[in-house]
Design a protein around this ligand. Sequence first.
Ligand code: 5AD
Ligand code: SF4
Length: 444
Amino acid sequence: MNVYDSARMADVLAPLGYGLTDDPSDADMVILNTCHIREKASEKVFSELGRLRRMREDREARGAGRMILGVAGCVAQAEGDHILDRAPFVDLVLGPQAYHRLPEMVARLSRAGDAQIDTEFPAEPKFDHLPAPGARGPAAFLAIQEGCDRFCTFCVVPYTRGAEYSRPVTDILDEARALVARGTLEITLLGQNVNAYHGAGPDGATWSLGRLIRALADIDGLARLRYTTSHPRDVDDDLIAAHAEVPTLMPFLHLPLQSGADRVLKAMNRGHTLADFRRVVARLRDARPDLALSSDFIVGFPGETDREFQDTLDAVDDIGFIQAYSFKYSARPGTPAAALPAQVPEPVKAERLARLQDLLNAQQVAFNRRCEGLDMDVLLDRIGKHPGQLVGRSPFMQPVHVMAPAPLQGTIQRVRIDQGQPNSLAGRLLPAEDDHPPAERATA
Ligand code: 5AD
Ligand code: SF4
C-alpha cells in the first residue's frame, strides 16, 4: 500500500512541477513514506531522517537550493507532532489520509516557513481529490479499499489507517482503464482487508470483491488480476466462484493465517479457527485446483506456548505455502496485546522464528523445484542484472530470469522453466509460433 501511496503522492505533486528522481541527495523534496506495523520499521524512520538531514545540509552547502523534508504514512499518523520533537528539522508531517493535501501544505510551508502537520481523517475521502494515475509500468497496484474494522489485538492498522472504506466501483474501473491505457497488463487490487470490499456500484447496489473482479476482467487489454491482503473470514462464496470463473484472476493468493493454534487465534481476535481456515482453503482449491498460497505468521504472540508454536509448524506442514512472511511478535503502543502479561522472551521468539522460516523456506524451494520443466506465462516487467536478460513474474509471483530482447519488456511471454532456485526461477523463451500443449499445472 505504501508503494501505491507514494506513486499517488507523485501524481499529486506533478502539477507543481515535481518529477521523480532516483537520487535523494539532489532532490528538491524527499518524503519518507513510513510503516508503523512493527517497532523495527517504525524506528528506522528516525535513522533515515538523520541521513536525509545530512544530505540536505550537503546540498545546501553546494548552493543547490533547499530540500523539503516530509514524513508521510502510518508513523506520521501515530506520532503526529511528536515527530518534530525527535526531528525538529522536518518540514511536513502527513498521515495516510492526507496526502491529497500535499500541494496546499507545500504552499503554506513556502509562505509561512514553519512545519506543516496534517494527520486528520478528512470527511471526504482523499480518493475524490486525486488526479488520474501516471504511467505505472506493466504491473501496477490499485487501492480499492483502505483501513480495517477487524481489530486484531496485535495490529495498529485500525488506528493508523482508520475505519474501513471501500471506493466506489466506477472510480476503480476508471483508474484501472487509465492504467491499462498506459501499458499496464497486471493489476493488484489493494486493501488492508481487501476482501471486505463492499463498494457502491453504478447500479446502486453494494458490490462485493467477486463482483468487482468480474467487471475488471472485462477490461480489454487487462491480462492479469490479483488482490491482497485478504482475511480468511471475508472470503465469501462469490469470491470463491470468481476464482473458478475468471481466468485472468491469477492462481496465487496471499491469505494470512498468523498462528496454527486456536487459543492464540482467539487471543489475536482473528475470528476463525484453524479448521475454518482449512475449509476456506479447501473450497478455494476446489474452485481453482492450481491455486498456490502465501501467508503471514506471527511467532511469540503473548502467552504462546511451545505446544502452540508446534501447532503453527504442523499447520504449515500440512497446508503448504509456496511463499510467506513471518515475524516475531512486536508489541505496538495502544494495541490490546501489548498489555498482555505473558510477553514471550526475545530469545524464544528468535528461535521460533528461525524454525518456522526453515520450514517455510523448504516449502518455497520445493515448489520452485517442482516448476522445473513446466511452461509458464511470464510478465516480463523489468531489466535483469545481466546484459540481454529480462526478469518477470510467473502466475505464482515467482521472479523469472530469461534471456530476452529488450523490446519484450512489458509483454507476457511463454517460458520453459529450466531451473527452480530458492527465490526465483530461470527459464528460456519459447518461440511465439510454437504450438504449445495446454499449460501444465503446478500445484503447491
Ligand atoms: N507484530 C508482528 N507482526 C505483526 N503484523 C502485524 N502486526 C504485527 C505485530 N504487532 C504482521 C501480521 C500481518 C502483517 C502485515 O504484519 O502478520 O498480517
Ligand atoms: Fe490488522 Fe489485518 Fe487484523 Fe485488520 S485484519 S486488524 S489490518 S491484521
